[in-house]
Design a protein around this ligand. Structure first.
Ligand SMILES: *Cc1c(COP(=O)(O)O)cnc(C)c1O
Length: 354
């Protein structure tokens, strides 16, 4: 499929790249293609970033048939633009598509489209250390129909947002609230997909956690509320007595690409790592025994977030004196080093745009 390009005639003024917020500013262009039943994906195009027009009855507004992805482009000190494992994002998008009864996309084509878009908007990629161009691919159901069934038409977009350092003061340990009232999802539902509905149902718990002084929620399993699942938009890792443990992918946890990369690095380094079921009680017991050494979250937005405090019911766990653990720091340095080209990309994770 050919991609037509309609460049903007009124480029926007670039923001101050020094103090960028996350996800609030958008670049000059976006990628769009349409799906029509019987015809497949068609009319791939890069056009100026602008509002779109949809019927009020468009199905996405009513039954949330939509999926999305998130990845970043980095401009290294060598001027080269790098994407981190972008094929994995579109492969995961197809997993989400399958669950949401949305037509799949061609992974190679999407990476090509993304490269063209990023190349066109390369001046929007911040060069400050830690800053990047956040990329949001998404698909929405567009049929004008109030019935519940799969839409016959869809739109696929890729939009780009120059974004600053997630933690302007450097890696700063976060405080996390273990949610014991609400659940995010259950096995058999859509927890393993990136779909808006998962987030819609999580917002209330997030608000309550904020009010209590915590930045994020740690979700427990939706059936017994005993086993650890993940944080709002991050997977979670615990270093207990020398071993790194993360909940196994069980159908309700999102399979993060940062999670996958972290596990691969730990294995390469010979650090014991296991993906298994882990209960909050086990974590608390390890804490009481002085064996909970490090806790960190993984996700594209912050890459690695050290956790300094976990609150579960009335128990407050202060982890590693609120300092960044050795493994946490090493994973952060390695992944960000590969993303920016400072470290050698030994495993072929990086796709360069030029
Ligand atoms: C996107 C996301 C993650 C992190 O995935 P990455 O591919 O590492 O960015 C974790 N949990 C949820 C719920 C997510 O939506």
């Amino acid at each position: 499929m050919k991609i037509t390009v309609n460049k903007t005639t009124t480029p926007k003024e670039k923001p101050h790249m020094d103090n960028l917020p996350f996800g609030k500013i958008f670049s000059d262009h976006m990628f769009v293609m349409d799906y029509t039943e019987g015809q497949g994906w068609h009319d791939a195009r890069i056009v100026p970033y602008a509002p779109i027009s949809l019927a009020p009855a468009a199905m996405v507004f009513h039954y949330a048939q939509e999926i999305f992805e998130g990845l970043k482009a980095y401009k290294g000190s060598d001027g080269s633009v790098r994407l981190f494992r972008p094929y994995k994002n579109f492969e995961r998008m197809n997993l989400s598509a399958d669950r949401l009864a949305i037509p799949k996309v061609d992974v190679d084509f999407c990476v090509e489209a993304l490269k063209q878009l990023v190349e066109l908007d390369r001046d929007w990629i911040p060069e400050q250390e830690g800053a990047s161009l956040y990329i949001r691919p998404f698909i929405i159901a567009t049929d004008e129909f109030l019935g519940v069934s799969p839409s016959k038409t869809y739109k696929f977009f890729i939009i780009c947002s120059p974004s600053g350092l997630y933690y302007p003061e450097g890696l700063d340990p976060v405080k996390i609230y273990v949610e014991d009232t609400y659940v995010r999802t259950v096995r058999g539902a859509t927890g393993f997909t990136k779909t808006g509905g998962n987030y819609a149902s999580s917002i209330k718990a997030q608000v309550i956690a904020h009010e209590r002084g915590y930045s994020q929620v740690l979700w427990l399993d939706g059936v017994e509320q005993k086993y650890i699942e993940e944080v709002g938009s991050m997977n979670i890792f615990f270093k207990i007595n020398g071993e790194v443990v993360t909940p196994m992918l069980n159908g309700s946890i999102l399979g993060g690409i940062t999670r996958m990369s972290t596990i691969e690095l730990l294995k390469k380094w010979g650090v014991p790592v296991s993906e298994r079921r882990i209960s909050i009680q086990e974590v608390y017991d390890a804490y009481c025994d002085g064996k909970l050494e490090e806790v960190f979250g993984t996700g594209t937005a912050a890459i690695i977030s050290p956790v300094g405090e976990l609150r579960w019911e009335d128990h407050v766990m202060n982890i590693n004196d609120n300092k960044i653990g050795e493994i946490t720091q090493r994973i952060f340095d390695t992944i960000t080093g590969i993303q920016t080209g400072k470290l050698k990309d030994e495993d072929g994770w990086v796709v360069t745009v030029d």
